[in-house]
Design a protein around this ligand. Structure first.
Ligand code: 3AM
Length: 348
């Protein structure tokens, strides 16, 4: 696909995200770009996104390699989500927190995405409001740079603030860990703050989450139903946490607002959607929390040792975009100074 790069939307921890337009069709999409030599996270994301499809997950549109200012860039094409992240939506909303009716809808949509992933044997590993993207029609899960198959061994990944106790201790990272992170995301929506709001350095967060036996504080404004839902997400023992399918049946999601929720799924284009509340027009810029990868250093290690083991994941490039053996690198006509017109081919 030939395409042109538009304005930069933002810079995440692993890539720069821009708006892009297909030259052939005029379709607008988002492109995540990073230097090829540092594209391990993005290639991991490409592998996973290209194998899944759900109205609750940002859709994959392809990938290629281009040359820009003598740098070889890896580009991942995604569905464009014009309202940005849920994190931005929370901070743009009155009082910096969301009403319970909106929390319910976003929770339902994230949970549908998680249920789909888990049924397909995938763990996202980095659920948080800045990795949930929003369009007029609702919320979708994005950023699969840390995702893995459930049986896959490997370093613990994600953001310390959202790590379940078993993840913080470096024991395991499975479906239940995503559910804990969903609980933390509900806290973000309800409070406008972080789950461990009075702790900021990663060592203390890992200690709190993994070794203190404490739970994050439940926001006081939540209803009894919502608190019960949160309680089912934030059980210290992963075996006691409810699964995504169980949570979809919880009264918090199947009560009186069920109809509204159904009407506002991403597949709906109804102009009367509950999300048509004007908040999406005033989203401000905010910096995402950094994702990190914890490399476990043995079962006996302390929280401090784990933190010292923090490293960025560097995946081996795998040249299998779109199931082809060859990738064409071409000029992308960028407004940001991409100039090289010659095609380069890479073989695996
Ligand atoms: O820095 P902010 O939070 O404004 O929301 C993502 C983040 O914006 C946005 O790019 C920034 C860096 O990650 N983003 C990521 N994927 C996107 C997409 N598919 C996206 N915005 C729109 N559509």
């Amino acid at each position: 696909m030939d395409w042109t790069r538009g304005h930069t939307i933002g810079r995440g921890s692993t890539a720069t995200v821009s708006v892009a337009t297909s030259i052939q069709s005029g379709d607008v999409f988002a492109v995540k770009s990073v230097e090829l030599s540092q594209s391990g996270f993005l290639q991991r994301e490409q592998k996973i996104l290209s194998s899944i499809i759900s109205p609750f997950i940002v859709s994959y549109k392809g990938c290629d390699v281009t040359r820009k200012n003598n740098k070889v860039m890896y580009n991942l094409f995604l569905e464009y989500m014009p309202s940005g992240s849920l994190s931005n939506a929370i901070h743009a909303h009155d009082g910096g927190r969301l009403d319970e009716s909106l929390i319910r809808i976003f929770t339902y949509q994230i949970l549908q995405g998680l249920d789909y992933l888990h049924l397909n044997g995938l763990v996202h590993c980095d659920i948080k409001s800045s990795n949930i993207l929003v369009a007029q029609s609702g919320a979708k899960i994005a950023d699969f740079g840390c995702a893995k198959r459930v049986e896959q061994q490997g370093p613990i990944a994600g953001t310390p603030m959202f790590m379940a106790p078993e993840v913080a201790r470096g024991e395991e990272q499975g479906f239940a860990s995503d559910i804990w992170a969903l609980g933390c995301t509900i806290i973000e929506m309800a409070s406008g703050g972080t789950p461990w709001h009075n702790v900021s350095d990663p060592v203390s967060i890992i200690y709190r989450a993994g070794y203190s036996g404490h739970l994050p504080e439940f926001p006081c404004c939540l209803s009894e139903q919502a608190r019960d839902f949160l309680d089912k997400c934030l059980r210290g023992d992963p075996k006691e946490r409810w699964t995504a399918s169980q949570l979809l049946e919880h009264p918090f999601l199947v009560g009186e607002f069920n109809k509204q929720i159904q009407e506002s799924t991403p597949s709906s284009t109804s102009p009367t959607s509950i999300l048509d509340q004007g908040i999406w027009n005033s989203l401000d810029e905010s910096e995402s929390l950094e994702s990190m990868v914890l490399v476990p250093s043995g079962g006996e290690s302390s929280a401090g040792e784990r933190i010292r083991g923090l490293s960025l994941l560097s995946g081996e490039p795998s040249w299998d975009c779109d199931d082809q053996n060859w990738i064409t690198a071409r000029d992308d006509g960028s407004e940001e100074g991409d100039t090289v017109m010659d095609d380069i081919e890479y073989k695996d």
